[in-house]
Design a binder for this molecule. Structure first.
Ligand code: ADP
Length: 261
């Protein structure tokens, strides 16, 4: 409970633009200004050859900055969840193409939601977002390629069984596990991964917001998230989402109701 309190205090502090983000942003602006300066001088001296390279660099830097503000806005807004029964199996199957495209050739993708997967009560869009975030983290953890699998299982948990999950008595959850064969995390990293803005990635490449967003999303859904990771072996991140009590009310946009197991 203390860890949770600390976490929620951190989440609240996120409304402010921190030094780290301002620093990243400043670096991107410096990149743009530097490139513009070179272009201006090249224009003045008529040395136009290769000038396009600097224009591309400025554009790339501006795009990174735009991406950063976009994610920051999405994070600080953190819209309330649009909670509905969601066919988790179908949602995952529907993401296969997007995931394949995001992961590149080097990563072998195994999408294996269980056929008897329960429906969950959650926000379908935010769940997709969370899974995409996890997949991209997994890709980053496998620079030389590897395997990424997404599996589900149905699980009944009792109070106290899962840290960070508030359960009264016994409750059914849909567990979604995203597993990679990447670099894994040290104990020090593992301790900090849910902190907003914590990142081990180079400036401009990581915002450190992915896992804190995933954390916030599962908490808001009435579930939780668990990470198992070993350096040089890989990482498995499991999202726990509450089972929908009304299987028949499954979001029809997402196909037929899942069979009952
Ligand atoms: P970001 O990806 O922008 O760094 P996240 O909050 O998503 O922000 O992740 C925080 C850190 O957690 C990453 O910088 C990385 O060190 C670590 N991490 C996240 N996912 C994985 C993974 N699948 N394997 C290894 N490390 C990971």
């Amino acid at each position: 409970a203390e860890a949770q309190l600390r976490q929620s205090q951190k989440m609240e502090a996120v409304g402010q633009l921190t030094g780290g983000i301002a620093h990243d942003f400043n670096n991107m602006l410096t990149g743009i200004m530097g490139a513009l300066d070179i272009i201006k001088r090249r224009l003045a001296s008529g040395r136009l050859e290769g000038v396009e390279r600097f224009m591309d660099a400025a554009t790339a830097s501006a795009q990174r900055a735009a991406g950063l503000t976009h994610r920051l806005l999405a994070f600080s807004r953190r819209q309330p969840l649009d909670r509905k029964p969601v066919d988790v199996r179908q949602l995952i199957l529907d993401m296969r193409e997007l995931l394949d495209r995001s992961l590149g050739e080097q990563v072998e993708l195994r999408v294996q939601p269980s056929p008897d997967c329960w429906a969950a009560v959650t926000d379908a869009n935010q769940l997709e977002n969370a899974l995409l975030n996890l997949a991209i983290n997994a890709r980053d953890a496998m620079p030389d390629g590897g395997q990424l699998s997404i599996e589900t299982h149905n699980i009944a948990l009792v109070a106290g069984e899962m840290p960070g999950l508030i359960i009264q008595g016994k409750q059914d959850f849909v567990a979604i596990t995203v597993r990679d064969t990447g670099v894994g995390m040290s104990a020090e990293v593992l301790e900090k991964v849910f902190e907003p803005f914590f990142t081990t990635k180079p400036i401009g490449q990581g915002t450190g917001l992915g896992l804190s967003m995933v954390y916030g999303f599962t908490q808001q859904s009435g579930g939780g998230v668990d990470i198992k990771s070993k350096p040089a072996q890989g990482t498995a991140i499991t999202l726990y989402l509450p089972r929908s009590p009304a299987e028949s009310q499954i979001d029809v946009r997402r196909g037929s109701p899942v069979p009952q197991g």
